[in-house]
Design a protein around this ligand. Structure first.
Ligand code: PMP
Length: 391
């Protein structure tokens, strides 16, 4: 087989296992209702949890910044790309998170890859929850550190691994705060105890909790009053904050280290001014409008209770991300197609994004959904679940 034939055979194998992916056109994909294949669907598949992606105040701020500073930063932050908005935004993030410093990255993916590959090297050991996001795993692989994956949420397993690690090695524990495909929550207090007991650094990815939890929406680290105990908190502006990009917060020394060592920070063009304009506005809104997070979390509680009562397995979800476990990829696809027929957009998540035989439908709630829409959707999901023999 030549190279092209080998690649084709790999794609065919994916197709046979119903795990081949393709792109679907959507209009207004971030709104509570979206258009797909000419149909209007209730959107239960977006990370726009607070509805801010469609908020005219962000659009306005974005246009203002664009008019004032142009379309592109045109260089890396360390060359000439560090336009004035960066400082304002990083100060706003640090104040929101109550930390000394913040550093903005161009995306959550590049933030995780950059932070982990900077802080780890081939002599370090990293302890990572088995279900952490792919960008964490990729940063670790790039660092060539000894990669220990502890069982999902299992602090006893983690402690055994820490006990066995040589005392002199640099140790880092890393976890998502909310797991993106399960919607469950990391045991952050216990992780802090372990990191202190074993002299490790702790990094928390708040991609799915920023904007939703804590007194000012700063995330779960804030909600559990752990800000002073977590070394680095990473989060994204691309989900609840309705924009794009990511940040990492921590003390001055660690942020300075990341700035100097993270290659995905150093060797890429800075975010464009328009994005920074939107980010600044969204931090302001998130900090001052708790009703948005209260609404989406109340929708999520109702949705989880209704689906649990109907007999679905929700993979331990405790948040606005609510999956229902299906098992086979083919059945998951059939489920999402049946939902689309009934006017609901929700995605079948299949291996390798989730472990084999754990294909699922991942639902996400938004503050801009109406309660009647959430009730109606839950009823349709229950009907489809009964029809397809899932419950
Ligand atoms: N971390 C987690 C936990 C995520 O779910 C995601 C996005 N799916 C990322 C990082 C990457 O963020 P971004 O989409 O901004 O690159």
């Amino acid at each position: 087989m030549n190279v092209r034939e080998e690649l084709k055979a790999e794609l065919n194998a994916l197709e046979q296992r119903t795990n081949k992916r393709s792109l679907h056109k959507v209009e207004q994909g971030a709104m509570p209702w979206l258009q797909r294949d000419g149909r209007r669907l209730l959107n239960l598949a977006s990370n726009n949890y607070l509805g801010l992606a469609g908020d005219p105040r962000l659009t306005e701020a974005s246009m203002e910044a664009c008019k004032q500073y142009g379309n592109s930063a045109s260089a890396s932050r360390l060359v000439t790309g560090n336009h004035l908005l960066y400082d304002d935004c990083e100060q706003a993030v640090a104040a929101w998170k109550k930390t000394q410093k913040a550093l903005i990255f161009t995306s959550g993916y590049t933030a995780n890859v950059g932070i982990l590959s900077a802080l780890l090297n081939h002599k370090s050991i990293v302890f990572s929850d088995k279900l952490n996001h792919a960008s964490i795993t990729d940063g670790i692989i790039l660092s060539r550190a000894d990669h220990k994956r502890y069982r999902h949420l299992d602090v006893d397993h983690l402690e055994k691994m820490l006990q066995q690690a040589p005392a002199h090695k640099r140790k880092i524990i890393v976890t998502d705060s909310i797991f993106s495909m399960d919607g469950d929550i990391a045991p952050l207090q216990e992780l802090v105890l372990l990191k202190e007991r074993y002299n490790a650094l702790l990094i928390v990815d708040e991609a799915h909790s920023s904007g939703l939890y804590g007194a000012t929406g700063a995330g779960l680290v804030q909600q559990y009053a752990l800000t002073q105990h977590v070394d680095l908190v990473m989060g994204t502006f691309s989900k609840a904050l309705g924009s794009f990009g990511a940040y990492v917060t921590g003390d001055e020394e660690l942020i300075d280290y990341v700035l100097n060592k993270a290659r995905s920070f150093i060797y890429t063009t800075a975010l464009p001014p328009a994005v920074l304009g939107a980010i600044a506005k969204s931090i302001e809104i998130v900090s001052s409008e708790p009703a948005l997070r209260e609404t989406v979390l109340a929708h999520a509680t109702y949705f989880r209770q209704t689906l649990t009562k109907a007999g679905f397995n929700l993979c331990g979800s405790e948040s606005q991300i609510v999956p229902i476990l299906i098992g086979h990829s083919e059945q998951a696809l059939r489920f999402s197609e049946a939902l689309q027929e009934e006017g609901i957009a929700a995605v079948a998540i299949r291996p390798p994004t989730v472990p084999q035989q754990t294909a699922r439908i991942r639902f996400t709630l938004m503050a801009s959904h109406k309660r009647e829409e959430v009730q109606h959707a839950a009823q349709i999901i229950i009907d489809v679940g009964q029809r397809l023999g899932v419950i």
